[in-house]
Write a new protein. Structure first.
Length: 318
């Protein structure tokens, strides 16, 4: 199989839309498994194969948690920015709006940094400089532990809007450091965006993953010929490795996500992160209809608008 293929416009758009919907579907599929271990999941659900009730944080089925909400905040912030302008402040405005609108499942690191940057919500559009200062203050508050997965879960839009690899990597770093000062978070976001960026440009799934993870600590999680134990914690490295493990061991979009969310732990986030890559690789057309149909209508309208906007960047769309 060729590593890279020339994509027709409709194929590229299918990948772009799949990446966005993949985050939402993975988030919603994993929501009832979040904060549960595998034994509890088996006792309550058998095996989670559908978007069902049961979230311990009260997330409504098909509406998503902070993973989807913050992904859309990044997308809509970029959409509200001129093509040559820095989107950080517009993205930040979306973060502030989201945090002070009764969100579901807010991560502590994100919430603290957004509160600092916005001075408790009083500043609706914080300056760019306020974000890095806020992230550093949060990092210090948390004893130097801000390497959570709250940036990785929201970073898909960066790969969809920035066609130049260098600009994609730069913005991935900037958006991560808005809330998470730990360089581990930014590094994971850059690698993740690079994988999706390559897939949108025509790479197949595993050549893209292999090329990006080669020489990194994440490579082991992508191999099926060695022993690797996934650990779906909230630490960004654990989350990313778990998502890569699921993609390596799944035979398609559906199988990969089912394997991942049934591990439990931070299941909505591992599902969202894996869903972004899998959605890009297999395409929107490969996502089961029953999962698409289970999503909230308003959520789908926002995902559709984001997909169309990103599609225009790449010269595709409907």
């Amino acid at each position: 199989m060729l590593e890279v293929i020339i994509l027709a416009k409709e194929q590229r758009f299918d990948r772009i839309k799949g990446a966005l919907y993949g985050v939402a579907v993975g988030d919603c599929l994993g929501a009832p498994a979040e904060f549960r271990d595998q034994a509890e999941i088996r006792a309550l659900f058998g095996e989670i194969r559908d978007i069902v009730p049961g979230s311990v944080i009260g997330a409504r089925p098909g509406c998503g948690t902070d993973d989807t909400a913050m992904t859309l905040a990044v997308a809509e912030g970029i959409m509200n920015t001129g093509p040559l302008d820095d989107p950080v402040e517009k993205i930040g405005a979306e973060f502030v709006k989201w945090l002070y609108d009764a969100p579901v499942g807010t991560g502590a690191t994100c919430a603290r940094s957004i509160a600092y940057a916005s001075k408790g919500g009083r500043v609706k559009i914080p300056k760019r400089s306020a974000w890095l200062k806020a992230a550093e203050k949060t990092h210090c508050d948390l004893g130097g532990k801000s390497g959570g997965n709250g940036t990785l879960m929201r970073t898909v839009p960066v790969a969809l809007w920035k066609k130049a690899p260098s600009r994609c990597a730069s913005l991935a770093t900037d958006v991560s450091q808005m809330t998470h000062f730990d360089p581990d978070a930014a590094t994971a976001c850059v690698l993740y965006c690079d994988i999706i960026h390559k897939i949108i440009r025509g790479y197949h799934l595993f050549p893209a993953i292999d090329k990006v993870t080669s020489g990194t600590e994440y490579r082991l999680a992508t191999r099926t010929d060695v022993e690797f134990e996934p650990y779906p914690s909230g630490y960004v490295k654990d989350t990313f490795k778990t998502a890569l493990w699921g993609l390596a061991h799944g035979k398609d979009f559906e199988d990969s996500l089912i394997k991942i969310v049934n591990l439990g732990g931070d299941a909505d986030t591992t599902g969202a992160i894996a869903g972004g890559i899998a959605g890009a690789a297999y395409g929107y057309s490969a996502i089961p209809d029953r999962w698409i149909n289970a999503l909230d209508g308003k959520l789908k309208a926002r995902l559709d608008a984001a997909a169309e906007a990103a599609g225009k960047i790449w010269g595709c769309g409907t």
